[in-house]
Ligand binder design. Structure first.
Ligand code: F0G
Length: 456
């Protein structure tokens, strides 16, 4: 039975498809880098689910209630109260977005150069902030995550045996903290189970290592737990969310995803008052005064409302159901995708889609370019192009070459996604003729945003 969205649409934003000739010209002018396109030349934008969702009428109304006081804003109090209720954490600091929270927190936890930050799979800006703070990111996601053909209900799980082996063989002061990303974006929006979080906590306690959650998609993770983890079908989403957070000492959150706002982030700590004071002290120069942290009062007001809507089960069922349908259409068309379908995006396995294009010719980038040419749809490469070079300047090879098709929340209809799926089906039929790319210009860090490419 079809389960319709629990909302109707009262405002629309026109989009248009420019001609194929124009698309060819635009993508060439952009140096075959989809980040360099003008958004108005994109028909359906699946670049990211970050900050691209639609706010509800209640959120728009909340903007007008925003209290813009520099200090002690009422909107901050409302946000703080919401986050406390949702997480059970005492200390709440707003930030301008997720990476703002990382920038405040990580240097306080990484106290000497080379300390390890162990996670399932760190997101790219998170990895960059670990490195900027002098730490070394370590990815210990379970091996199933790297095989897109294997079904596993919690492919985002951290490999607890390898975690324990690593902690056992490493001096305590060589490890800064553990950071579990929920859902695990880089593995395909794959969830982490409560059993896994509990086990990580137990191992961490044994070795005295703090645990944090990178909680951008915390509500989607909770929904998967309810659907897939034995014993949780009858539990409410808020109670699962609270249990998830109970296994960590704090969180960083990009509120631009599940928080249902266009900008915003959070840093929250369970009970460590000393660390909170030190976070506050860093927040002021980098983000802003502790009761606004880089956000307008109206932003905090909209976020408080967004966080409440995020844990509504009907919302999550519609949201994750739509991404699931999108994935199913692609699978039915024979397009290889990461299985099972994740929470916020479908990840096309470009290694299997374009097996004749080697990793260093960026098969997922080639596919992203082709999808834009074919249909004006924008996805993003998550593979070797994104990964970049090692310290000696050698191109690294990513374990997976993904074209991520992220679905903004409450923004596109099924028809938009069906159109994108049909375009990939047509490309599939002529894939042997698609070639790779080489880089003709690249900056030294986070190159994928501004590099220029050319067909090989
Ligand atoms: N952590 C995760 C898991 C993320 O997915 C992101 C952003 C961040 C941290 C950083 O948050 O952008 O608010 O500073 N992910 C976006 C994406 C950009 O497209 O997946 P931010």
């Amino acid at each position: 039975m079809v389960r319709p969205e629990p909302y109707r649409i009262k405002m629309v934003e026109p989009i248009r498809l420019i001609s194929r000739e124009e698309r060819e010209r635009r993508i060439a002018e952009a140096g075959y880098n989809l980040f360099a396109l003008r958004a108005e030349d994109v028909f359906i934008d699946l670049l990211t689910d970050s900050g691209t969702g639609a706010m509800s009428d209640a959120q728009w109304a909340a903007l007008l209630r925003g209290d813009e006081s520099y200090a002690g804003s009422r909107s901050f109090s409302r946000l703080q109260e919401t986050v406390r209720e949702l997480t059970g954490y005492r200390y709440v600091l707003p930030t301008h977005q997720g990476r703002g929270a990382e920038h405040v927190l990580f240097p306080l936890l990484i106290t000497r150069p080379g300390q390890l930050v162990i996670g399932n799979l760190h997101f790219d800006t998170t990895r960059a902030h670990i490195q900027l703070a002098g730490g070394r990111p370590v990815d210990l996601v379970i091996p199933e995550a790297y095989d897109t053909t294997v079904d596993h209900p919690f492919k985002g799980n951290l490999d607890v045996d390898r975690l324990e082996a690593l902690l056992k063989s490493t001096p305590r002061d060589a490890v800064a903290f553990i950071l579990v990303t929920v859902t695990c974006n880089s593995a395909g929006g794959q969830p982490v189970s409560l059993a896994n979080l509990r086990a990580v906590r137990a191992v961490a306690d044994k070795y005295g290592v703090p645990v944090f959650l990178d909680a951008a998609r915390f509500a989607e993770n909770a929904y998967f737990i309810k659907m897939r983890e034995p014993g949780y079908a009858g539990r409410s989403i808020p109670s699962i969310v609270k249990e998830m957070f109970s296994y960590a000492d704090g969180l960083t959150m990009s509120a631009k995803k599940d928080g249902l706002v266009n900008i915003g982030g959070l840093l929250a700590l369970r009970d460590d008052e000393d660390l909170f004071r030190r976070c506050q002290a860093r927040l002021v120069p980098f983000e802003g005064f502790p009761t606004y942290g880089g956000l307008a009062g109206r932003d905090m007001e909209a976020l408080a409302e967004g966080l409440r809507e995020a844990v509504d089960e009907d919302h999550l069922a519609a949201r994750i159901g739509q991404v699931e349908r999108f994935g199913r259409w692609l699978e039915e068309a024979g397009v290889p995708v990461q299985r099972p379908i994740g929470g916020h995006a479908v990840y096309v396995d470009a290694k299997r889609f374009l097996p004749h294009v080697p990793p260093h010719q960026f098969p997922a980038q080639a596919l992203a370019v082709e999808l834009y040419r074919e249909a004006g749809v924008r996805g993003v490469e998550v593979g070797s192009f994104l990964l970049g070079r090692d310290e000696e300047g050698r191109q690294q090879t990513a374990p997976m070459e993904f074209l991520r098709l992220a679905v903004p929340r409450r923004t596109y209809t099924d028809n938009h996604l069906r159109y994108a799926a049909e375009a990939l089906e047509r490309i599939m039929a002529r894939r042997d003729a698609i070639g790779g790319f080489r880089i003709v210009y690249e900056p030294p860090v986070l190159r994928h945003f501004t590099a220029h490419l050319a067909p090989v």
